[in-house]
Design a protein around this ligand. Sequence first.
Ligand SMILES: O=C[C@H](O)[C@@H](O)[C@H](O)CC(=O)O
Length: 271
Amino acid sequence: MSKLLRKPNNQEIAQGVTLVHDVTSENSSLEYVGFKIIDLAPGVTYTEELGKQECCIVAVTGKINVSDRDVTYENIGTRKSVFEKQPTDSVYVSNDHIFDVEAVSGARVALCYSPSEKQLPTRLISASENGVEQRGTGNNKRMVHNILPDSDPSANSLLVVEVFTESGNWSSYPPHKHDQDNLPQESFLEETYYHEMNPPQGFVFQRVYTDDRSLDETMTVENGNVVIVPVGYHPVGVPEGYTSYYLNVMAGPKRIWKFHNDPDHEWILKR
Ligand SMILES: O=C[C@H](O)[C@@H](O)[C@H](O)CC(=O)O
């Protein structure tokens, strides 16, 4: 199995707290991006102390209360399933804070991390603030919810976005990359994909590859899997009959999303 593909761990780390995924710089090749998925039983609280990292706490499904021990946001979260295709609520917490996530209902929560040295205000990113974008044409259509885009100055290095791709369509396509710290042409952003499928037995194909093909992995990605994108192009293809969801976390030396399309495939944009 590719080292870039992670299946759910589903490790119970406390009563009612299941660590589904935990991508760190210690257990991956990533230096900037960290990512957790936790499942919380109703009434259970997960607490974490941030060092020099910021965190975007995404209410993937269910309702949660989030506190940084100064401010508390209650009953955040808008959906029982991501496939309701409604934007959801998130909370941004910067470095050197303790945060608590209390499950009001059973909840799946994404914890999206990146480096942070400068404390910024804790902030509710409400569902209504998500920029919703219909991107692409033909069989390349997808819907994007911009949760924490580079146009939002709330964070130091973190970018968070979720993408829905319908049956028979492609996303992150034409293949693009952002693995060179070479602005204004391209920025360097590592990336993680947290995938869900509807119906859940579905799968997508995701390829992660570089121009010189020194990295070239094509993965069958199933419901609940994570794909790590340290470098390279990273297109996703969705088979007929299924809807794909993924949550992206990106971070790098500069908080700018400037990608470079694979020149072999950029022509499709000019039809
Ligand atoms: O670089 C960003 C990620 O690859 C996705 O968010 C991608 O941009 C989604 C898309 O455009 O299809």
